[in-house]
Design a protein around this ligand. Structure first.
Ligand SMILES: Nc1ncnc2c1ncn2[C@@H]1O[C@H](COP(=O)(O)OP(=O)(O)OP(=O)(O)O)[C@@H](O)[C@H]1O
Ligand SMILES: [Mg+2]
Length: 360
């Protein structure tokens, strides 16, 4: 079972649309799919034709109490062939308060525990997350092995994603398992030069992390959501169906590998170099490095050492890179900065500058 969280703290970027229609297309290709609606807005539940007010139980019951292994199947509803739903309801918004007194570990592993007993029943679980990174999203990230970030093809959206990657990086340190992250550009209007330019910047910045598929603007996706059916059943020849079918093929064909393993495999073809760079500062408490070599996830796949030179602290970052040109920044106490010791830099797509590293 592959568990994929659809995450972005930005509202309206296409999380629910991606969850529901990717699930629909995977199921249409013969996979067994569960959509877990973790958003109290219950948009995925509604978009799959289920009225949350008509159900007696939903994911709240499962997550609020540590219950037996048979609990989740009781709330799952079948939507169409190959596609099931674990529905949400507005009461999910009370979960954070309900679990406030529990250990943070116990609070964030509720969904992972609930999904465990059904893992043999499904090929995919897709988790639709709310537009914030709170307890519900943490539950999704702990349960997931993969993350898909829908990224609206607009300027400010890119900036938010770098922050999100930072959070995911910190979290995967804490939970001790790797999350492989991929980005799907959404709401793309190819008629505007601006959108074409932004898509180019997204591809430059995120490289292999980006799916080849781009989800175009398509009003049929809105209609399908209103009617409560996935796009491939509502409008089989619409662009929305073509795009989400292409995404389903890409997802099925390429389970993304953790970043470290990807780097390791490439090494068989072209030997990696060990690259050591250092950041010196007297005041900083936490310094990480993020670049296109680690999917802009701070310190992902990087060995980090801290030493002192008098009052100055020195962060040494050891990278393993194939020959090539890379862009990066330091994340100093949460702030993204260019490398003060490196004169080579280029303008970053979100303002500021990215430092450039050439490995020969
Ligand atoms: N490719 C698209 N073409 C046209 N409309 C779209 C497309 N993707 C999403 N929409 C519409 O944009 C709106 C926001 O999309 P969606 O609900 O999927 O975003 P979201 O990220 O889940 O939002 P939230 O953060 O509130 O959960 C919806 O009305 C949806 O129907
Ligand atoms: Mg949503």
């Amino acid at each position: 079972m592959r568990t994929i969280a659809i995450v972005n703290q930005k509202g309206g970027c296409g999380k629910t649309t991606t969850t529901v229609n990717l699930a629909g297309c995977l199921a249409a290709d013969g996979a067994r799919v569960l959509v877990a609606d973790l958003d109290p807005q219950a948009h995925a539940t509604l978009a799959l034709g289920v009225d949350p007010d008509e159900l007696d139980e939903n994911l709240y019951e499962i997550l609020a109490e540590a219950r037996g292994a048979d609990a989740l199947p009781k709330v799952i509803v079948n939507v169409c062939e190959g596609l099931d739903l674990a529905p949400s309801s507005i009461v999910l918004s009370a979960l954070e308060q309900k679990l406030a007194s529990e250990r943070s570990d116990a609070r964030t592993e509720r969904l992972a525990m609930a999904l465990e007993p059904v893992s043999a029943r499904y090929d995919y679980v897709l988790i639709d997350c709310p537009p914030n990174v709170g307890l519900l999203t943490f539950n999704a990230l702990r349960a997931a092995g993969e993350v898909i970030i829908p990224l609206e093809t607009s300027f400010f959206a890119i900036d938010g994603v770098q922050k999100l990657l930072e959070t995911i990086g910190l979290l995967s340190d804490r939970i001790g398992h790797d999350l492989s992250v991929r980005i799907v550009p959404t709401l793309y209007d190819g008629r505007t030069r601006y959108a074409r330019q932004t898509l180019g910047e997204i591809r430059d910045l995120f490289k292999d992390l980006c799916f080849d598929t781009v989800i175009r603007l398509n009003v049929k996706l809105r209609e399908a959501a209103r009617q409560g059916i996935p796009i491939h059943r509502h409008a089989p020849s619409a662009n929305g169906t073509l795009d989400y079918s292409a995404l389903a093929i890409e997802v099925a064909a390429s389970p993304p590998l953790p970043i470290e393993r990807r780097a390791g495999e490439a090494a068989e073809h072209d030997p990696e170099r060990e690259v050591v760079i250092r950041f010196r500062d007297t005041g900083a408490a936490d310094v990480r490095i993020a670049g296109d070599f680690n999917g802009w996830v701070p310190d992902k796949g990087v060995r980090s050492l801290i030493e002192s030179e008098g009052v100055t602290r020195v962060w040494t970052k050891v990278l393993h890179l194939q020959p090539g040109t890379y862009q990066y920044r330091y994340v100093v106490d949460g702030e993204w900065r260019e490398d003060p010791a490196n004169p080579e830099s280029v303008p970053g797509p979100t303002g500021g500058r990215n430092s450039v590293l050439v490995v020969r």
